[in-house]
Design a protein around this ligand. Structure first.
Ligand SMILES: Nc1ncnc2c1ncn2[C@@H]1O[C@H](COP(=O)(O)OP(=O)(O)OP(=O)(O)O)[C@@H](O)[C@H]1O
Ligand SMILES: [Mg+2]
Length: 176
């Protein structure tokens, strides 16, 4: 799946006194498929802003983002984007803020459940993803809010892995 940015500008709070242009004419193409690509830049340079364009959490103020067959521009309707979000998983900079369910298991299952993955398949994905991130099965029935910070991050990452996304975006979710 190719990801292309074509003349992408992004302005937070446009047409207000607080308008701030975070992305200026971004152009690049990457072909995904087993590759690991890093984006490096100083704090405030726009890395998180750029990444949120890849699954349509933010839409370009000008220009276009192509992700596989998806064309994302300011004219997109937000409801077109659910399928794309199943293909592109994002783990945010503070992934523990993504947790909200009553148990670890329900939290990890939330995405696949929402995409109508059969229950048996969800159970198997939950077990595979906790193994990948190093979370023990004994934590599945706990509340995510009773975990340590590092465990919360792992659970949040497991929840994204359980979606089996084609593209996995990690916005500095450092494991300590
Ligand atoms: N919601 C927002 N409203 C207005 N401005 C914002 C908003 N989010 C980010 N910005 C501004 O956009 C610029 C880019 O922010 P962004 O979070 O993309 O940077 P970053 O490269 O991810 O930084 P860091 O390395 O600190 O995570 C910053 O100047 C920031 O202040
Ligand atoms: Mg950031």
């Amino acid at each position: 799946m190719d990801i292309q940015f074509r003349h992408v500008n992004y302005t937070y709070q446009p047409h207000t006194p607080y308008a701030y242009q975070a992305l200026h004419d971004i152009n690049f193409t990457v072909s995904t498929g087993g590759e690991l690509i890093a984006i490096v830049g100083h704090t405030g340079s726009g890395k998180s802003t750029l990444l949120q364009h890849i699954n349509g959490l933010l839409l370009p103020t000008e220009g276009a983002v192509m992700v596989g067959d998806y064309l994302l521009s300011k004219d997109n309707k937000r409801q077109d984007l659910k399928k794309l979000r199943g293909k592109v998983g994002i783990v945010f900079q503070y992934p523990e803020h993504q947790l909200f369910e009553e148990t670890v298991e329900r939290d990890i299952s939330f995405g696949p459940h929402n995409f109508h993955v059969p229950n048996q398949e969800i159970t198997s994905r939950v077990l595979t993803s906790i193994e990948k991130v190093g979370i023990s099965e004994s934590l599945l029935e706990k509340s995510p809010f009773e975990l340590s910070g590092g465990q919360m991050r792992r659970v949040a990452i497991a929840g994204v892995l359980a979606m089996e996304p084609e593209v996995l975006i990690l916005d500095e979710p450092l494991l300590d």
